[in-house]
Design a protein around this ligand. Structure first.
Ligand code: FE2
Ligand code: FE2
Length: 472
């Protein structure tokens, strides 16, 4: 089936929007509200600048995007679903083998709506969290990457709003309105998930966020891409294509900060990189600890009846459910995991379906570890004896069985007093934050870069680092 994109209509799409006038009108009605939100909560001060951005032009894996200079408010936010597979069957859960649903099954309507709204809410939230960062961009290349992530998170909101409008009637339209009304970090009207209310004040936070928090997004999308509700699966599949770049930004951004730290350590062996305007590895480690533990929370409780319901209902699978797993019912399977019984860590065996959050978190942590290995290779290439790591999954948790109890970075139980003494070794202190903030001075000259980060090996889309990624 040809999946060509209609670029003539107000809302670019490959879902034949023009054949459903009511839906088209509803979305065209939402469009100016979306633009108002963007103009208020997006990277507003740069709306009149031309940015070198990629725009989706096809959903084919070969050559799906086109690059060119555009002003962000003119970005063609559109609705693109991965191609429909003919005779698609549901792959897992209690409905395995049935035809994939092309409409919302009534019995699962509320669960599906909640899942979609929760995912959708993260997309505008991250744009809000990052809205002031461009002012302190370390280079035009980085500024462009930030804006690329921002416009695509905006498109992800479109992707989810399309599903809400198309399949959830009036409730869906109301949810779509509310997605533009909640505000990241607003105590009265916050975004749904905790991490998406954390301020992203510095570029170190931004790179940690795109590394760890966008990667949570990847795993949520992977599991929703298996959904028996086919439009959702197809939407998520295409979002994953864009999402890969966000994690690239995070992983290589951190890698370039680490590289700069190593360069400074080599040049000045007896001093802290901070004395030369860099970021020391210990501080980088504390930021890793903070953002990875906060992102671990996003997977929810270790043992969860929701996760069992979502899997049993064939709504949310595991990552790579069909590729990686054999038993797609998971009804007879069990998982042994560690939980907190109120006084100690114990091992418990629970039905697999109830452990799906933990299964997904494990995959996620494994994926994070690959990024950490990449960073350690950089350190190793400089012949420096230092290893970055992920904190234990029990460390600094606010959701799940380990919330409310203190564990050190290796997962050992500790008292509240001991935690208070030691937490400064593991989490960014006020002083760390002040120091990182002090480095956030803009470097907006083409081909130049701030002193705390190394330039990338190559630019975007075959261009040099020295390129007019943003025309200021
Ligand atoms: Fe996203
Ligand atoms: Fe993302």
């Amino acid at each position: 089936m040809a999946a060509s994109i209609d670029y003539e209509s107000k809302i670019p799409n490959n879902v034949e929007l023009s054949s459903d006038k009511r839906l088209q009108r509803a979305l065209e009605h939402w469009l100016p509200k979306y633009l108002d939100w963007w103009n208020e909560m997006g990277p507003t001060d740069f709306n009149d600048k031309e940015i070198y951005l990629r725009t989706a032009v096809s959903v084919d894996s070969a050559g799906w995007a086109q690059f060119g200079h555009v002003k962000m408010p003119d970005y063609r936010w559109g609705i693109f679903l991965a191609e429909q597979e003919p005779n698609k069957k549901i792959g897992f859960g209690d409905h395995a083998g049935e035809d994939a649903w092309q409409q919302v099954p009534g019995e699962y309507r509320n669960w599906l709506r909640r899942m979609i709204v929760t995912q959708a809410d993260t997309e505008p939230a991250s744009v809000e969290q990052q809205r002031l960062l461009a002012h302190t961009a370390p280079s035009l290349y980085d500024m462009r990457n930030l804006f690329q992530v921002n416009v695509e998170e905006g498109r992800h909101l479109w992707a989810m709003v399309y599903i809400l409008h198309t399949y959830f009637g009036k409730d869906g339209r109301e949810e779509a309105e509310e997605l533009l009304e909640r505000r990241s970090g607003n105590p009265d009207h916050p975004r749904i998930l905790g991490t998406f209310n954390e301020p992203i004040q510095t570029w170190l936070d931004f790179f940690c966020f795109t590394m760890f928090t966008d990667r949570d997004g990847k795993f949520q999308l992977l599991s929703l891409a298996e959904s028996g509700f086919d439009p959702l699966a197809r939407t998520c599949r295409f979002m994953l294509t864009e999402e890969a770049h966000h994690m690239f930004v995070g992983q290589t951004g951190m890698g370039r900060i680490i590289q700069r730290a190593c360069e400074l350590m080599k040049e000045h062996p007896d001093s802290n990189p901070r004395e030369h305007g860099g970021i020391d590895l210990d501080t980088i480690q504390r930021y890793i600890n903070f953002w990875s533990s906060s992102s671990n929370d996003l997977f929810g409780g270790e043992v969860s009846s929701n996760s069992a319901n979502f899997f049993g209902g064939s709504l949310k699978g595991r990552a790579w459910e069909m590729k990686k797993h054999e038993d797609h019912s998971a009804l007879e399977a069990f998982k042994t995991l560690e939980i907190w019984d109120g006084s100690k860590v114990v091992s418990e065996t629970v039905p697999m379906r109830n452990a799906m959050n933990e299964v997904l978190r494990e995959e996620y942590i494994e994926d994070n570890q690959k990024g950490v290995n990449y960073w350690n290779k950089i350190i190793d290439e400089y012949g420096i004896d230092y290893e970055l790591r992920l904190p234990h999954r029990r460390f600094n948790r606010n959701i799940g069985v380990f919330a409310g109890t203190r564990f050190d970075i290796d997962g050992n139980l500790m008292t509240e007093e001991h935690w208070d003494e030691r937490k400064g070794d593991w989490l960014p202190s006020d002083e760390d934050r002040e120091y990182i903030k002090s480095l956030m001075v803009p470097c907006h000259e083409q081909g130049k870069i701030a002193g705390w980060i190394a330039p990338p090996n190559k630019g975007i889309n075959g261009n040099e680092f020295d390129f007019d990624y943003v025309r200021l």
